[in-house]
Every structure is written in structure tokens, then in C-alpha cells.
Design a protein around this ligand. Structure first.
Ligand SMILES: CC(C)(COP(=O)(O)OP(=O)(O)OC[C@H]1O[C@@H](n2cnc3c(N)ncnc32)[C@H](O)[C@@H]1OP(=O)(O)O)[C@@H](O)C(=O)NCCC(=O)NCCS
Length: 158
């Protein structure tokens, strides 16, 4: 399973499981990364502490700059990437890729066979990241978001 820290050099991004104490920073990051469709503190608290989930954060020098929330299903080998964020000041530096590679590795280790996610049709950055990890679209979800935009439903078999 995942170790608490993958490396000990605080100046370099490292990825670890999220802890209860990370909640305020997770809320801040969520608000910085999304204008609509944001999770509030209560929702994030539920996802972090009570849901059957895998939540990981990337930190640099003690500051959280990226996160992922993955919902796990109790009896089926299916996981859903529910949220992925990288702080705007740290984008295009490989953090999103690091998060996805680590998450997919962990999910495979725990026996997950299928990973799904939704991404907005206009979100080319995220789509490009997901395609680079061999996700493919299986359907369109019309008017999926509050703003009326469609989502693409992507899937990857591990
Ligand atoms: C999508 C997101 C997580 C990518 O994080 P990141 O740390 O910038 O990603 P990386 O630097 O690891 O980039 C990995 C790949 O993603 C793609 N990518 C990332 N940003 C991109 C952009 N602005 N335009 C096009 N492709 C992009 C590229 O394929 C890139 O590979 P490359 O650098 O070899 O070209 C980040 O832009 C983000 O947090 N966006 C806001 C929140 C969001 O949209 N989350 C996803 C919801 S479904």
C-alpha cells in the first residue's frame, strides 16, 4: 500500500494520503481551482473522512498544491475519479500526471479493474491528461453540469 511519503525532500512535490488536518487546505484548493461545481467544506469532510474513498494530496514545502478524490465501490472492482485539482501556480509541471500515475498504480494494486470519470467537454487540459493515461470516452452526458455544459464519460480498464 501507499507509504505516508514517497520522498522526504520537502522542496520537491511528494504525494501522500490525505489526513483530517488537510481539510482546510483542501477546501482552499477546491475554491481556487473551480468556480462552479465546487465541493464545500462539509462535502469534502464527508469525502475525506466517511466515504469509501481514496484521497491523496501533493505537497511542496508543506503546502498542498494538488489533490485527487477517488470513490471506491464496496463490492465491485470499479473506482470513480471524483475530483482532481492542481493549484494554478503549479500547473504544467507534471503534478497532474504524478497524481494520475500514483492513483492508477494504487487502484491496480487493490484489484480495481475499471476506472471512470467525467470531464467537461470544454476542459481540454484535463482531457489531454486523461487521454495520455489511456482513458477513452464511452458516452456523452448531456447537460451534466450546473452551467448546462455536457460531460464526457471516460473509462480505463486496468
Ligand atoms: C487538469 C489538471 C489537473 C492538469 O494538471 P497539471 O499538473 O497541469 O498536469 P501535468 O503538468 O501533469 O500535465 C500532464 C498532461 O496533461 C495535459 N495538459 C495539462 N495541462 C494542459 C493544458 N493547459 N493544455 C493542454 N494539455 C494539458 C498534457 O497532455 C500534459 O502532458 P505534457 O506536459 O507532456 O504535454 C489542471 O489543469 C487542473 O487542476 N485544472 C483545473 C481542475 C480540473 O479541471 N480538474 C479536472 C476535472 S475533470
Amino acid at each position: 500500500m501507499i507509504k505516508e511519503n514517497y520522498n522526504i525532500d520537502a522542496k520537491r512535490p511528494h504525494i501522500r494520503l490525505a489526513k483530517k488536518e488537510d481539510l482546510p487546505e483542501l477546501v482552499d484548493l477546491e475554491n481556487i481551482c473551480f468556480k462552479e461545481e465546487t465541493f464545500n467544506k462539509k462535502q469534502l469532510e464527508y469525502l475525506l473522512l466517511r466515504a469509501k474513498s481514496l484521497v491523496m494530496v501533493v505537497s511542496v514545502d508543506g503546502k498542498i498544491i494538488g489533490s485527487v478524490i477517488i470513490l471506491l465501490r464496496a463490492h465491485i472492482s470499479h473506482a470513480r475519479i471524483y475530483s482532481l485539482n492542481v493549484h494554478p501556480g503549479y500547473r504544467r509541471g507534471g503534478t497532474g500526471s504524478l497524481i494520475m500515475d500514483t492513483a492508477l498504480k494504487l487502484l491496480k494494486e487493490r484489484g480495481t479493474e475499471k476506472v471512470t470519470l467525467e470531464v467537461e467537454v470544454n476542459n481540454k487540459a484535463a482531457q489531454s491528461l486523461y487521454y495520455s493515461k489511456d482513458f477513452s470516452m464511452d458516452k456523452m452526458l448531456k447537460k451534466y453540469y450546473k452551467n448546462g455544459n455536457d460531460a464526457m464519460h471516460l473509462v480505463k480498464r486496468l
